[in-house]
Design a binder for this molecule. Structure first.
Ligand SMILES: Cc1cc2nc3c(=O)[nH]c(=O)nc-3n(C[C@H](O)[C@H](O)[C@H](O)COP(=O)(O)OP(=O)(O)OC[C@H]3O[C@@H](n4cnc5c(N)ncnc54)[C@H](O)[C@@H]3O)c2cc1C
Length: 235
């Protein structure tokens, strides 16, 4: 895989714990919706991040967790901030993974994200919206707290402008003013579908979630070959 230098265009907070990073590769590069890149902190230390922008976008958007407890992403963010301040490019391997959107399928889709796994389903949702697909799409996004929601208006707007698109945020620890779904995000899917047979299912989120989802969804009728999740390779 080729390493590409990318200009860092912006680093801006989406929430107190998630930052949006905009990169422009200095060499044109293609990638598919649902793929990820690896930021090269050093030649050996490479960290994967889902590409939030849709295939064809020249600028790459990333959503990077900034929680001090999460060294994986906060160290990558610190690396980017250092380079940004010095006006230096970051090195990245772009267009990785096996969990990209399958455009040759006509099966209905379930997109399942936990936390910053939203980046992955946001890329896929944008491509589906651009293609104006008439396959039913059910996008579920699980968050610990409702103040961690971002890009919510875009997702709601797609859902209200496309009768085939349903967006369901699920809050694990809601406050009393939260009107929507609560609990663990995969449980919301299990509650909503009598069987997951016949669906293409795209999954991103914490590794612990990926393992739980894989087992629970297969138990609930999902076909393993129609479940796409790059975290499966890490667990
Ligand atoms: C290919 C790849 C791409 C990655 N892309 C990114 C990226 O774009 N940005 C980034 O910051 N990191 C990324 N990572 C790193 C890692 O996946 C994230 O750090 C992780 O998803 C962060 O989750 P969170 O803390 O936001 O979710 P949390 O806040 O921990 O959880 C969010 C929700 O997920 C569900 N959930 C969590 N744990 C469980 C569980 N044990 N059982 C059931 N449900 C659970 C719940 O509904 C919960 O509310 C990537 C890793 C890989 C391998």
């Amino acid at each position: 895989m080729t390493i590409i230098a990318c200009t860092i265009d912006a680093i801006e907070p989406l929430t107190p714990t998630v930052n949006r990073v905009l990169l422009t590769p200095t060499t044109p590069i293609s990638y598919q919706s649902g793929q990820y890149l690896q930021l090269c902190l050093t030649a050996e230390d490479k960290r994967p991040f889902s590409i939030a922008s849709h295939a064809g976008s020249k600028q790459i958007e990333l959503h990077i967790g900034a929680s001090v407890a999460d060294n994986f992403s906060s160290q990558a963010l610190a690396h980017l901030q250092q380079l940004f301040a010095a006006k230096q490019p970051v090195l990245a391997e772009i267009g990785l993974g096996e969990a990209q959107l399958r455009t040759d399928s006509d099966r209905p889709l379930i997109l399942l994200a936990g936390g910053t796994g939203f980046s992955y389903i946001y890329s896929i949702a944008q491509t589906l919206a651009k293609q104006q697909v008439n396959r039913p799409v059910f996008a579920y996004w699980g968050l610990r707290d409702q103040d961690a929601l971002y890009h919510h208006p875009q997702m709601q707007q797609w859902a209200s402008s496309n009768e085939h698109f349903t967006f369901i945020p699920v809050i694990q620890n809601p406050t009393t003013n939260w009107q929507g779904r609560t609990g663990l995000v995969h449980q919301a899917v299990l509650d909503d579908f009598a069987s997951l047979a016949g669906y293409d299912i795209y999954i991103a989120g914490p590794f612990a979630m990926a393992g739980v989802v894989r087992d629970a969804f297969v138990e609930h009728g999902a076909e393993r070959e129609n479940m796409f999740c790059d975290a499966f390779a890490y667990i």
